[in-house]
Write a protein of this length. Structure first.
Length: 499
């Protein structure tokens, strides 16, 4: 009964006129950035962070959440019609979705993607509502030692699940931790790594790093590619799957939803890992495995269900523990900090309207998305054809204005440009920016909890091993790192990411 009363509070918050409007704006923008190749929810949320300063906390987070899961819907449109995924998690959808479009079944493929995403989103949100409160209540018993160990486990997991070289992922994590140290020490008041620049006395602004690495960095990288975008169909017809099609997609949608819901919680998992894993499993268990890669409807249903489920359940560690499971959740935590909210389990008890309002808004947002996507397919097709040379200058100006408005500082704009160049270099060297951002966000919190734990234990480092929960998480972190460093497993990991 408590769950129903909490959801009633959530819907009461989410169904206000202003929050409905911001939810609609969020899912619309999310669909748009999902449709436009070269953009994505991470870059878009990073660019929109300055706008959220003037919004109420609930409204701003509802809008940002809508952008994230809305992009999972929009990415399938370009994957199916153009064979150019607008969002990384939709890469796998293009394999069969585009082949269906070439056979004149674009409408059927888009409808399958919409149905799978809607069902998965609703189920994953229900799981979020059911399992987030018990996890948050458990976390309320955590002390500084447990929080420090939890963050160590989160960073290790993000390294293990990062693409490419383990050494590079660890290096990016350490770089993020070091960047988080820049500024004035809270306890002693001593400047650290500021290079005598007064602009760095308060540290590097989170928005500057995010907009540079994920906004400008992505723009520079995408300007290298001159993709030819040929839309298979100008007008999409036959949106309703047949009875036989529905029979074929029910099981893949259920399997994709279950797998995506589980993988979304893992650090570094989220939508992309979920969609790839769901496709691989479906290809092995399906009776129509021979059709995969040639236009199998199961190859659209499973990954689209998984990526949306993964996107929604990735909110669980962020809302309950204050630990980001992917770059978008790191941005969401940044938005909460900007609004003066301390991320963590206390959010559920101190800000129940915010906590349950976000959850309720996800059901509303999924309904908006199913209504928006299919009837407005003509608009999305026209958006696909927007030339890059019109799109990117507008984004650059928007980024510069947004960063300048933070502190009315030109230094922040130059710093954003520097991080943009660094983001481009990282992309060329195949070094993921996500671990660095996670380290940058978690680093200051880790330092604070480390200090508190040592202060309470009178500088005894054994406190992290004497407390059972803390010791368990540190052991899990050590095992995860040790296992992935084994030569045979490292080779299998590299083969899995390559595939």
């Amino acid at each position: 009964m408590e769950l129903f009363s909490n959801l009633a509070l959530g819907f009461e918050t989410a169904l206000t006129l202003s929050n409905l409007l911001y939810c609609l704006i969020g899912v619309f923008f999310g669909t748009a950035v999902g449709v436009l190749p070269g953009l994505g929810p991470t870059a878009t949320i990073a660019m929109l962070l300055p706008i959220t300063f003037s919004l109420p906390p609930v409204s701003s987070l509802i809008m940002l959440a809508g952008i994230y899961y809305g992009a999972q819907y929009g990415g399938s449109t370009t994957a199916i019609l153009v064979n150019l995924p607008g969002e990384a998690s939709s890469v796998i959808t293009a394999l069969d979705g585009y082949q269906m479009a070439k056979k004149g079944q674009a409408g059927k493929a888009l409808a399958t993607a919409g149905i799978g995403s809607f069902f998965a989103g609703c189920v994953a949100t229900l799981l979020l509502a059911m399992f987030a409160p018990p996890l948050a209540e458990l976390a309320l018993n955590f002390g500084p030692a447990e929080y420090f160990s939890l963050m160590v486990l989160g960073l290790v997991a993000s390294v293990v699940l990062a693409h490419g070289s383990l050494l590079r992922a660890i290096g990016m994590i350490i770089l993020g931790l070091l960047l988080g140290l820049i500024g004035t020490d809270v306890n002693s008041g001593t400047p650290r790594y500021t290079f005598d620049l007064p602009q760095l006395a308060d540290g590097i602004n989170f928005v500057v790093v995010a907009m540079g690495m994920f906004g400008l960095g992505e723009i520079i990288r995408n300007l290298e590619h001159d993709e030819t975008r040929t839309v298979m169909v100008k007008k999409v017809e036959g949106l309703m799957p047949t009875k036989d099609d529905l029979k074929r997609i029910v099981a893949p949608i259920l399997r994709g939803t279950a797998l995506g819901s589980a993988l979304g919680i893992l650090p570094g998992g989220g939508a992309m890992l979920s969609s790839f894993a769901a496709y691989s499993i479906e290809k092995k268990v399906s009776k129509n495995s021979a059709e995969f890669g040639k236009g199998a409807i199961e190859g659209v249903a499973a990954p689209e269900s998984a990526n949306n489920a993964g996107a929604q359940t990735s909110f669980i560690p962020m809302l309950t523990l204050g630990i980001p499971s992917n770059p978008v959740m790191a941005l969401m935590i940044g938005a909460m900090i900007i609004q003066g909210i301390q991320p963590g389990p206390a959010v559920m008890t101190e800000q129940p309207a915010l906590f349950w309002g976000i959850i309720a808004s996800m059901w509303i947002g999924n309904f908006f998305l199913i209504v928006l996507n299919l009837p407005m397919i003509g608009l999305w097709v026209r958006m696909i054809m927007v030339p890059y040379h019109f799109l990117y200058p507008c984004i650059l100006v928007f980024c510069a204005v947004g960063v300048f408005s933070l502190n009315n500082s030109e230094f922040d704009v130059y710093l954003m440009a520097l991080f943009g160049l660094f983001g481009y270099i990282c992309a060329k060297l195949e070094m993921e920016a996500a671990p660095m951002l996670l380290g940058f966000i978690i680093g200051p919190m880790m330092e604070e909890y480390l200090r508190r734990a040592l202060l309470l234990s009178r500088s005894d480092p054994m406190v992290f091993l004497q407390r059972p929960i803390s010791a368990t998480m540190l052991i899990l972190a050590a095992l995860a790192m040790a296992v992935v460093l084994l030569p045979s497993l490292r080779k299998k990991r590299e083969e899995a990411f390559e595939e």
